[in-house]
Structure formats: C-alpha cells, structure tokens
Write a protein that binds this ligand. Sequence first.
Ligand SMILES: C[S@@+](CC[C@H](N)C(=O)[O-])C[C@H]1O[C@@H](n2cnc3c(N)ncnc32)[C@H](O)[C@@H]1O
Length: 327
Amino acid sequence: MPLEYLEKYRPFVNLEGLRKIHAEKESWRTGKLTSKYVDILNEVSELGDIQGETLVNDYVEFQAQLTSDQKDKIEKIAKDLIPWRKGPFKINDLDIDTEWRSNLKWQRIQEKIGSLEGKTILDIGCNNGYYMWQMLKDRPELVLGIDPVPHNMAQFEFINSLTKKENLKFELFGIEDITNFKCLFDVIFSMGIIYHHRHPLEQLIDMRNALTSEGTLILETIGIPGEGSHCLFPEDRYAKMRNVWFLPTLECLKNWMNRTGFVDIEVLSVAETTTEEQRLSPWCPPPFQSLEEFLDPNDKSKTVEGYPAPVRFCLKAKKKVSPQVGF
Ligand SMILES: C[S@@+](CC[C@H](N)C(=O)[O-])C[C@H]1O[C@@H](n2cnc3c(N)ncnc32)[C@H](O)[C@@H]1O
C-alpha cells in the first residue's frame, strides 16, 4: 500500500487524500516526457543489492566494491539523468559535479538550525534530496522530501537505491498538497520555493499548520537588497526565470513570517549567489544555463533584466501557538 510509512502518523495526516494524489501522480509513468524514467528506474533495480558505505561530507558519497559491469551501469544511469542541478554526489570515483554546490548553502546554515535528532522533517521542493542526506547525519526519525518533478524523483531513487536509507522518503507532492498534514512536522525546510509561487503568505500559513506546536520553519529564499519592508514583483522574467513572483527585502520577509503566525524569527544567513556556488558543469552542461547567463555581463550586481542580482536569505522561526485553538 503506498504511503504505508505515514500510517503511524494517521491523526496528523489525511492519508486518504494523499493516497488519491499519489495515484494521480502515477501518470508520470505514461507521460510523453516522463515515461523514460520507467526504463531508467528499471535499470536501477537491475543493479541488485549493492552493499557499501555512505559518507556525508560536502559530498553525498557512496563507496562500495563494484564489478566493472556494475560500474558501467551506474555511470550510464547517472549520465542518463543529466542535468544534475543539486549536489555534489560521488559514487566511488564517479564525481557528479552538479550545477549547484549545494554544500555551500548547507555550510551556511547547518550549525544554526538546531539538532534534528529524532525529528519528523518535511523538505518542500527537495529536488533530488541532497539536503535530506545532510539532515540524516543527525539521525532524524523521518525526512519526507516532496517535489513534483519526476526527473528529481528518479535521481533520488537512483542514489537511495545505493545508500538504502529507510527513513528518507520521496513523494511527487507539491507545496499545494501540504494542507493534508496538520501539526505533524517538528521541522519544515522551504528552501528556494516561496518565490516560485503566487501566494507566499498562504504557503507560510499552510507550513505553520503542518508544524507541531513547538515546530520550526527554516525558510530560504531569493530576496532583494535594501532597507524597508517591500518586495519586487518582476514585470515578466527575473534572471530568465518565468516563475518568479515576489522577492522580499529581509525586513519584508520577517514581516511576512511575523504576520502569518511565526515567532522568534532569526536570520541564519544573508549571501549573494556567486559563480563559485552556481555554474555549469559536465553534469549540467550547455545548452542548460546557469548564473553566468542570468546576470548582466557588464554589471554583475544586476540580472539580465536589470533587476538587483539574487541575494539569498535564510531565516529560522518557531510556530506561534494560537491561544484560541491551542496549536
Ligand atoms: C530552486 S529549486 C530549490 C531546490 C532545493 N530546495 C534547494 O534549496 O536547493 C526549486 C525546487 O522546487 C521544485 N518544485 C517545483 N514546483 C513545486 C511545487 N509546486 N511544490 C514544491 N516544489 C516544487 C522544483 O522541482 C525544484 O526542485
């Protein structure tokens, strides 16, 4: 039965609702652009039971004794799964040097997020799950990563077929599905998500509702520099992305959180994105594009559209318990 692992959380999960969504999402198996992942995942399962060691440092790394046939198959699957955006990963000496050096974002926040030991965690828009392996170092109870893109799911399933981490789960759900969770998660990560959606405040409220009464939100987003509480609403594209809606100043972001029921708001990091962190690589090669192509070639403080270049804010906050309802 799908989502069996959520049975133990039943009072906090609309399991029937999620099972319905899960069944609908199965359409990726026959989709024109997505059915290729059925074959790739079959190749993954044909690798068999490979025993090895998982190491998590800047890389999510898997070391094992492999036959040359297994090595070739692993390399073929990894190459079939290009582009690799988030990482890096390593399988023996196969270095999957991804577009993003996601380890740099993790380094900026890991000491400040607090212990994840024994926690129930939701990672919204988890991509291929890179951060989920990072979270695992603290031995959480469950890390559920959701991302509606089958390419990301296939990368996750490939890597986790090797690392075999039972408390990491990936579902093709989107942020819009989290209303099916109430008071379940101790920690929610929303990193690189909120600016991609039209209703940032609604998202914050939905995340608040999905947190336990002592729950913590880690919110990471692109923003804009400057004082005061305002946000940029790009006329059309921002850094060539069509789906960017509201980009807040730091003060505006704090205001959003304050007004949607969060307290103890703490700034964990403010960082400009550089080409050290985001760039094309052999695992995300042209014609894919990266930061270099998104910025004005004559003035790196601006996007190609003339907007302020991305600054990334990461904030941590606690759910404010409502005196009326008690959670
Ligand atoms: C900018 S990336 C951020 C990835 C990762 N969280 C990080 O911080 O590096 C945005 C991610 O959101 C995913 N995504 C797209 N639509 C989504 C939705 N409706 N709900 C949740 N995630 C979504 C994309 O597939 C992508 O992996």
